[in-house]
Ligand binder design. Structure first.
Ligand SMILES: C[S@@+](CC[C@H](N)C(=O)[O-])C[C@H]1O[C@@H](n2cnc3c(N)ncnc32)[C@H](O)[C@@H]1O
Length: 493
C-alpha cells in the first residue's frame, strides 16, 4: 500500500493556530486597493486545514460554504468537533491532496486557501494541488497561498539541513520529539564552537535561539518533513501557471505600501522596473523576504479609477485596537511620505463600530482628509493587524448564534486546555485572538459571575495559579476595561 503521508510528519499533531490570512473577507481591501475587481465568495476551500481552527471560525462566522481536506485523522476529528459545536455544515474530508483532487462531489470554488502547506510537501503533492485548483476554481476565483521564500531563507536553509541530517541518523525507536531535542542540542553545541558558517551569517545565532525553545509539535511540522522547499516568487508563478493563475497582489497589507517598508532609493529602484513579476522578485531582495502570503487569480479583472473609488467607499472596516506598534508610530511621526490620516481614522473608529470607508470619508472631510489618504491610513492600520474588514450588520446578526455556540464550546474547553487562543466573531467573519486567561474570565461571566474577583478565582483554579502575585488581578482589571468592550463590539460575547 502506498505511503499516504509521502514523507510528512504525522507522529505528532499540529498546533491549534488560527490564521486570519485565510479569511476571504480580508481579500477585498487588498484587491480594491490594488485596483482589482473581486466578487462575492460563496464557496471556499482550505487545503491542509490542520486542527481546523481557521476553517471552523471562517465557516461559522460567514455565509460562505466551506470545504477542506487534511489526511491526519486526529486533525479531522478535532475540526469536526468544532463544526459540530457551531452547528455549521462544513465539508471536512480526511483525504490526501491527490484523493481530494480526484473527488467528483465538490462544488466549484470562489476561493481556495492554503496556509503553511506549500513549502512542506512533495512536488507530487504540489502537482495534485495545482490540478485541483485548475479543475475546481471558478473562472474569477482567488487562491491565497503562503510559503517560505527565498532569498530570506538562503542563509538559514543549511541549519534545517543539518538538523534533519542529525535527526535522520537517530535510533528508529526514538520518537520525533526526542529526535528534535537531540538535533537541537547538537546544533547548540555546534554554535558554541563558533563555526565559520555562523560567523559569516550572524543572523543564524538569533534565529536558532528563537527556534531552540519552540513548541516541538510546531518544529516537527515546520522543519522535519522529508520535503521542505522555500521558493522564489518567480518559481511559484511558474508552478501556478498551469492552473491558469496569475499574480494578483500581496495578502500582507504592509506590501501594499512601499514607503512603510522600503527606503526612498529602494522605492525608486522598484519603480524603474516595469515587469510586475520581476518587480515582485526584486522587492523580495529589498526586504530579504523569507515568507510570502499572496493572492493569485484565474482571470485578472482591473477596475477603472472611479470604479475602484466607488468600491472602496463601500468597503466596511472595524478597529480592534488603536495602539499601533512603536515602529509604526515612529514611521508616522518621522516620515513625510507616511499616511497623514492615520490618527484621524483611529479616532473615528475608536468605538469599535464597523464603518464604510465612505462614512469615514464624510466624517473626516471637515479635517481636509480625502479618500486616498483614508485608504492609505486604513491599509497601514490593517498591516499592523489592528483593523479588519467587516461584514454587513444583517449578515453578522444572522450568524451570531453559530459563533456563540462555537465560542461557548471553546470557552468551556479552555477550562482544561490552553491550545486554542482565538474565538469567532460574526463581525469580521473570522477569529480574533483571545488568550486562555481571558477565555477563563469569559467562562466566569457565563456562569453569571460579574465581579472581577470571581473571574480571577475561576482562572486561578483552572490554571493552578495563586490568586495573589500571579498577575491575574491586573489581567482581570485590564480585561474589564479594554478587552470586554472590544469582545462585545465584535459580538464575541
Ligand atoms: C503545517 S500544517 C498547516 C495546517 C493549517 N493550514 C494551519 O496553518 O494551521 C500542514 C497540514 O497539511 C496536512 N498535510 C500534509 N501533507 C498532506 C497531504 N499529502 N494530504 C493532505 N493533507 C496533508 C498536514 O496534516 C497538516 O495538518
Amino acid at each position: 500500500m502506498p505511503d499516504r503521508t509521502d514523507g510528512y510528519v504525522t507522529a505528532v499533531d499540529y498546533t491549534h493556530g488560527y490564521y486570519s490570512g485565510l479569511n476571504p473577507l480580508r481579500a477585498r481591501l487588498a484587491f480594491l486597493n490594488a485596483g482589482l475587481r473581486i466578487g462575492p465568495v460563496e464557496t471556499a476551500c482550505e487545503l491542509g486545514f490542520g486542527q481546523g481552527v481557521s476553517i471552523a471560525c471562517h465557516a461559522a462566522a460567514s455565509p460562505t460554504r466551506w470545504h477542506g481536506n487534511d489526511f491526519n485523522a486526529d486533525h479531522v476529528r478535532f475540526a469536526r468537533a468544532l463544526a459540530a459545536a457551531s452547528g455549521t455544515d462544513i465539508g471536512l474530508h480526511q483525504d490526501t491532496f491527490e484523493e481530494f483532487a480526484a473527488r467528483s462531489d465538490l462544488p466549484a470554488f470562489d476561493y481556495i486557501g492554503l496556509h503553511g502547506v506549500w513549502s512542506w510537501i512533495s512536488d507530487r503533492n504540489r502537482a495534485a494541488i495545482v490540478a485541483f485548483v485548475r479543475r475546481t476554481l471558478k473562472p474569477s476565483g482567488i487562491v491565497y497561498v503562503s510559503y517560505n521564500a527565498f532569498p530570506g531563507w538562503a542563509s538559514l536553509t543549511p541549519i534545517r539541513h543539518l538538523l534533519v541530517e542529525h535527526a535522520s541518523r537517530a535510533e528508529a525507536s526514538l520518537g520525533i520529539v526526542q529526535r528534535i531535542d537531540d538535533a537541537v542540542a547538537f546544533f547548540d553545541k555546534l554554535l558554541a564552537a563558533q563555526p565559520a558558517y555562523a560567523q559569516d551569517n550572524p543572523q543564524v545565532a538569533d534565529w536558532f535561539a528563537a527556534l531552540k525553545d519552540g513548541d516541538r509539535r510546531y518544529l516537527a511540522h515546520e522543519y522535519f518533513h522529508d520535503h521542505w522547499a522555500p521558493m522564489y516568487f518567480a518559481e511559484l508563478a511558474r508552478w501556478l501557471a498551469p492552473a491558469g493563475l496569475s499574480y494578483a497582489c500581496s495578502a500582507a497589507f504592509v506590501e501594499h505600501m512601499d514607503v512603510a517598508s522600503l527606503s526612498e532609493i529602494q522605492c525608486k529602484t522598484l519603480l524603474e522596473i516595469h515587469d510586475p513579476l520581476l518587480r515582485e522578485s526584486t522587492r523580495d531582495f529589498m526586504v530579504n523576504r523569507g515568507f510570502r502570503q499572496d493572492y493569485w487569480v484565474k482571470q485578472q479583472r482591473t477596475l477603472s479609477g472611479p470604479q475602484r473609488l466607488a468600491a472602496l467607499r463601500a468597503e466596511r472596516v472595524v478597529l480592534a485596537s488603536p495602539e499601533l506598534p512603536s515602529k509604526v508610530r515612529a514611521f508616522l511621526a518621522l516620515n513625510k511620505a507616511a499616511p497623514r490620516a492615520c490618527g484621524a481614522v483611529l479616532e473615528v473608529l475608536a468605538d469599535h463600530k464597523a464603518r464604510t470607508l465612505g462614512e469615514i470619508e464624510q466624517a473626516l472631510r471637515p479635517k481636509g482628509h480625502d479618500l486616498a489618504q483614508i485608504v492609505d491610513a486604513v491599509v497601514l492600520i490593517a498591516s499592523c493587524g489592528n483593523l479588519m474588514a467587516a461584514q454587513d450588520d444583517a449578515v453578522a446578526a444572522r450568524l451570531r448564534s453559530r459563533t456563540d455556540r462555537l465560542n461557548a464550546y471553546l470557552i468551556e474547553r479552555a477550562r482544561i486546555h490552553g491550545d486554542v487562543e482565538h474565538l469567532a466573531s460574526p463581525v469580521i467573519g473570522g477569529g480574533l485572538e483571545v488568550g486562555r486567561k481571558e477565555q477563563l474570565f469569559l467562562s466566569a461571566l457565563k456562569q453569571g459571575k460579574t465581579r472581577t474577583e470571581d473571574w480571577v478565582e475561576e482562572a486561578a483554579k483552572c490554571l493552578g495559579l495563586p490568586i495573589d502575585d500571579s498577575g491575574l488581578k491586573e489581567a482581570a482589571s485590564a480585561f474589564a476595561t479594554d478587552t470586554l468592550p472590544l469582545l462585545r463590539a465584535f459580538q464575541i460575547f
